[in-house]
Design a protein around this ligand. Structure first.
Ligand SMILES: Nc1nc2c(ncn2[C@@H]2O[C@H](COP(=O)(O)OP(=O)(O)OP(=O)(O)O)[C@@H](O)[C@H]2O)c(=O)[nH]1
Length: 605
């Protein structure tokens, strides 16, 4: 066997999959520490979760890859590539990206919680990718841990053999060696042929201001080194490789990447559009005839408008979105104009969390204060002339007279919950226009409840309501199940008699009155008093269905300082300016950011 083939036998590529909070990041840290990739001092900060925002929210968003070396009990030195995956329901797409680069996955299940909704969703993705799944029962240090029950659950619900599942505590560092031994023994070495032309899967990328687009790859056949000419098969673009490297965990330049390796390529790639996550990289002179099967591209589900508060930030906002899109193929955007908010972008996201994260990153990393409009899903509208149009922005909703019928996206939602909360969850799903599908017992204490629910209802704080009504015990996962006809209308909001396009939303006819009333009340609380009285109205078509009034300001703040000290006056004005930062002048009325999101906070009960 050649050296390359021998080396290939020693490579293990694996991911960790888990429901959120079951301890994936903690386990990844322990593995890094155990293999000596980092000292415990360096481990103080979770390394795999790099972004600030992730650390604060305690969730994993971007996947990361690390190359580790591990001396196993058989005396051999192995190369382990660990690819991190996000656990949140919004990020299924990124999970499937990282799984496509692996041969195995550690399935981490919390010994006290057992299987949760994303445990199942992630297992299905791993099975789709033909991965060897190694169950790990984590948090055995907890007094409430019941590893035997969890093992049974894994065998019964998932149908995996859990007899050799490692009992671990990522926190206390128990079971780490056993896990690594299982990875070495049970995860297959990469198959792939070093003598075939280069074939590598792009599973991620990021933009570096000095080096351009850095592409993360898993080499399937052949090899790649500095000086090679490579071709991106989807775009036919050719580049000369400047350097290749591995994540150890810091990016480190290496001589070449061989079969089974996970690493990065720098090739002076300037344009976002030239590389696509999921594409195959091949040798430009000796290309492979067939690209790798790419993975399912997932389309954005939730759309909203992002507008700079200062219109001079418009171009910076475009650049920020372009940069973010580089790391995040699931983000989409196109310019849009609103008569209320001016020039901005209509952006598409995988879900609400994704939307929040992008918005916060723009504000923090790029320092652009934003106004965000309420999220919307994509509606299919069939017009009386037979034409079907799709709409992701309520302000483009056609006149009622031109509409034959409207369809909206539904999801199949699976909710896992302790028996005691079945009634509460069903009630919540009913108020969200859910249709009961079935209920199955997971074990003696928990059930999986399945509903068909309109996506638009999920988008409007379903998850928060589910968590709060079940004291945090419910877990939830969903997949799009298709479009259905629905009796929907557009609700417009008028401030001071003028319609504010950015406040319009689409609602089920039966809920229109209630929502119209509540939204007017909310807006009355949110909109500060102005120099004049501001009527707030909600209308469907030409019919006004609710009205509230913001009373005029009683006193001018400056009146108090009449003839007084100028520095005090300035302070007051500055204070007012502070308060205004998040305001947008809409016609004659100043509207705060929260007003555009008020529609999300309506309780339907
Ligand atoms: N008692 C105990 N707590 C643990 C253990 N492993 C992780 N935790 C805790 O569980 C919480 C969640 O752990 P994380 O590692 O952040 O979970 P995660 O699965 O990576 O979560 P996401 O990154 O949000 O998907 C943290 O507060 C950890 O300290 C363990 O073995 N025992």
């Amino acid at each position: 066997m050649t050296d390359i083939k021998l080396r290939q036998q020693k490579i293990r590529n694996f991911s960790i999959i888990a429901h959120i909070d079951h301890g994936k990041s903690t386990l990844a840290d322990r593995i890094l520490e155990y293999t000596g990739a980092l000292t415990s001092r360096e481990m103080q900060e979770q390394v795999l979760d790099k972004m600030d925002l992730e650390r604060e929210r305690g969730i994993t968003i971007k996947l990361q890859a690390v190359r580790l070396s591990y001396k196993a009990d058989d005396g051999e030195e192995y190369i382990l590539n660990l690819i991190d995956t996000p656990g949140h329901v919004d990020f299924t797409y990124e999970v499937s990206r990282s799984l496509a680069a692996c041969e195995g996955a550690l399935l981490v299940v919390d010994a006290a919680q057992g299987i949760e909704a994303q445990t199942l969703a992630n297992v299905y993705l791993a099975l789709d990718n033909d991965l060897e799944i190694l169950p790990v029962i984590n948090k055995i240090d907890l007094p409430s841990a019941d590893p035997e029950r969890v093992k049974e659950e894994i065998e019964e619900v998932i149908g995996l053999d859990a007899s050799e599942a490692v009992h671990a505590s990522a926190k206390a560092g128990i079971g780490i060696k056993e896990i690594l031994e299982q990875v070495v023994q049970k995860v297959p070495a990469p198959t792939g042929d070093p003598d075939q032309p280069l074939k590598a899967l792009i599973f991620d990328s990021h933009y570096d201001p000095y080096k351009g687009v850095i592409v993360y790859v898993r080499v399937v056949d052949g090899q790649i080194k500095a000086g090679s000419k490579i071709k991106m098969m989807a775009t036919d673009k050719v580049f000369e490789v400047i350097e290749v490297g591995a994540f150890k965990p810091r990016m480190t330049i290496v001589d070449e990447l061989n079969v089974g390796d996970v690493g990065f390529i720098v090739a002076g790639i300037k344009h976002v559009g030239d590389t696509r996550v999921g594409d195959t990289v091949t040798d430009a002179k000796n290309p492979t005839p067939e690209p790798l099967p790419g993975y399912r591209k997932i389309n954005p589900m939730v759309f909203c408008g992002l507008y700079p508060i200062e219109s001079s930030d418009y171009n910076d906002l475009r650049e920020a979105l372009e940069k973010l899109q580089l790391n995040d193929a699931s983000l989409s955007f196109e310019p849009e104009t609103s008569s209320a908010l001016g020039f901005g972008f209509r952006c598409g996201f995988l879900g609400l969390l994704h939307m929040d994260v992008i918005q916060e990153r723009i504000e923090r990393e790029f320092n652009i204060p934003l106004i965000t409009t309420a999220p919307s899903v994509i509606y299919h509208i069939t017009l009386t002339n037979g034409e079907m149009i799709t709409i992701d922005n309520p302000s483009n909703y056609p006149e009622i007279g031109k509409i034959e019928y409207v369809e909206e996206p539904y999801v199949k939602a699976a909710i896992i919950v302790p028996n005691d909360f079945v009634g509460t969850v069903m009630e919540l799903c009913q108020t969200k226009r859910g249709e009961f599908v079935n209920m199955e017992y997971l074990d003696t204490t928990r059930v999986t409840i399945t509903y068909q629910i309109p996506l638009s209802e999920i988008v409007y704080d379903f998850f928060d309501q589910l968590k709060s009504s079940t004291k945090g015990y419910a877990s939830f996962d969903y997949e799009i199940s298709g479009y259905r006809k629905s009796n929907l209308v557009k609700m417009d909001i008028l401030l001071n008699g003028e319609q504010v396009d950015a406040l319009s939303f689409i609602v089920h006819r039966e809920k229109a009155y209630h929502r119209g009333r509540v939204i007017c009340e909310k807006l009355r609380e949110l909109i500060p008093r102005q120099m004049f009285e501001v009527p707030i109205q909600a209308s469907v078509g030409t019919k006004i269905i609710a009205r509230e009034t913001v009373k005029a300001m009683r006193k001018n703040v400056l009146a108090k300082c009449y003839g007084g000290d100028i520095s005090r006056k300035r302070k007051l004005l500055e204070k007012q300016k502070e308060g205004k930062k998040r305001m947008k002048q809409v016609g004659s009325v100043e509207v705060p950011q929260e007003a555009f999101m008020a529609v999300l906070k309506i309780d339907d009960k």
